[in-house]
Write a protein that binds this ligand. Structure first.
Ligand SMILES: NC(=O)c1ccc[n+]([C@@H]2O[C@H](COP(=O)([O-])OP(=O)(O)OC[C@H]3O[C@@H](n4cnc5c(N)ncnc54)[C@H](O)[C@@H]3O)[C@@H](O)[C@H]2O)c1
Ligand SMILES: [Zn+2]
Length: 379
């Protein structure tokens, strides 16, 4: 994705909600769109994992923080390291694999999952994340498109080594045991004992070359095609094309999509742009929530808080619908803090906005929620 393209695109974007009034109005709009839409798309980038306690790859909370690795993310994300410096290549990938294995998904995942069950809309997840956390949170794998692959699967580094069936080219990283972290120097992120990488679990079962994660590195000359992944991608593309053709209303909930590798952002923008009237891109991002002027709402929150606030707005809409006009009003949930304690996000500025005189919206009749039991979550 070129920088020029991004700058051009960004010139047409407008700031997300900022004041409390703007946020309240935005949440109402989001809840209304979610209830009336024909399809729901959840998209997520690196920022989605931050509230689970994991780092993004840039900024002062990055994976590089407090390490002695003088390299950018793009320099590190290169399959050449498996040939030139396997101890580093696997040191950093094993560190991530272990982190993704052992980190619990935050409550925002479970709120999103509940929406897929209770809103009764067809849905898909599209993520650039490689952590497998949507599946961990209970999302059905066949509905999760992983455009950059996932670290829980392996392939061979040897370009000449290919199985009879394409599906043989990729296998589960479950063969690699947990608990080898003490063999990785935490400062340089290198395996201190390279003999570890001679173990069969780090080797291709066909040719005994080194294995590597089946993810898309920024520079990658040898990503192995995997039908499982491409089938999900194709199903998503087909589904989206049908929605566009029929001019259906699509709502995209985007969490933590970054600007530097904007795959997730572009996917959501394109999804709503070509969809019908009433479609909406909901961009949840504490710092980068500018959105296209049409069909876009920016919410300046972390993923967990953003999902909680939308959930509260949906609940408020339902309760005002069920209690009739007398119980109506502006959807108090939209103004409620995520914790219900009255605390408001630090990112929302307290000033009156020109829209503060807007009257109440007429709620439509909401479906009563079903109550699925959510999978386990971290706090
Ligand atoms: N968990 C993972 O699988 C993981 C982690 C890091 C990066 N990646 C991948 O690496 C590539 C590059 O990622 P990157 O780190 O350069 O992205 P990035 O740093 O460019 O983007 C991260 C985005 O997350 C936002 N953010 C920060 N805190 C947030 C929060 N609490 N809630 C929601 N959003 C928040 C930031 O404002 C930023 O826009 C992407 O393909 C990404 O998916 C994956
Ligand atoms: Zn091989």
């Amino acid at each position: 994705m070129s920088k020029v393209y991004l700058e051009h695109r960004d010139a047409y974007h407008v700031p997300g909600a900022s004041t409390e009034e703007e946020v309240a109005h935005a949440l109402q709009r989001v809840a209304e769109a979610m209830e009336s839409c024909d399809a729901l798309v959840i998209t997520a980038g690196a920022g989605m994992g931050v509230d689970s306690g994991m780092p993004a790859f840039r900024g002062n909370r990055s994976l590089w923080k407090d390490r002695e690795v003088s390299m950018t993310y793009e320099e590190m994300s290169d399959d050449k390291w498996f040939f030139e410096d396997p101890a580093f290549a696997w040191g950093i990938n094993y560190t991530q694999l272990e982190m993704y294995r052992h980190t619990l998904t935050h409550a925002g995942y479970h709120t999103l999952w509940r929406w897929t069950q209770t809103l009764c809309k067809p849905w898909f997840v599209f993520t650039s994340n490689i952590d497998g956390h949507f599946e961990k949170a209970g999302f059905h794998r066949e509905k999760v498109v992983t455009c950059h692959g996932d670290i829980h699967h392996l392939q061979c580094v040897n370009q000449q080594c290919r199985g009879q069936e394409k599906s043989d080219n990729v296998w589960s990283a479950g063969v690699i045991p947990s608990g080898l972290g003490d063999k990785v120097d935490q400062s340089s992120l290198r395996f201190t004992d390279t003999a570890v990488l001679d173990q069969t679990c780090f080797r291709c079962p066909r040719c005994n070359s080194l294995a590597r994660p089946n993810i898309w590195f920024c520079s990658d000359r040898n990503h192995a095609f995997w039908p499982d992944e491409s089938d999900r991608r194709q199903a998503f593309i087909k589904w989206m094309e049908a929605l566009h053709e029929a001019k259906k209303r699509v709502v995209v909930i985007e969490c933590g999509g970054g600007m530097d590798i904007p795959t997730v952002r572009c996917e959501g923008e394109d999804a709503v742009e070509e969809a019908g009237v009433g479609s909406l891109l909901v961009r949840i991002n504490p710092t980068d929530c500018r959105v296209p002027a049409e069909k876009g709402v920016g919410l300046p929150f972390g993923a967990k808080e953003g999902c909680e606030r939308i959930d509260a707005a949906l609940a408020a809409r339902r309760s005002s619908a069920s209690s009739g006009p007398a119980g109506g009003g502006r959807g108090g949930g939209a103004r409620r803090s995520s914790s219900g304690t009255g605390r408001e996000s630090a990112t929302v500025h307290r000033r009156a906005s020109p829209g503060s005189g807007r009257g109440p919206r007429q709620p439509s009749l909401g479906r009563g929620p079903r109550q699925p039991s959510p999978p386990k979550s971290s706090k």
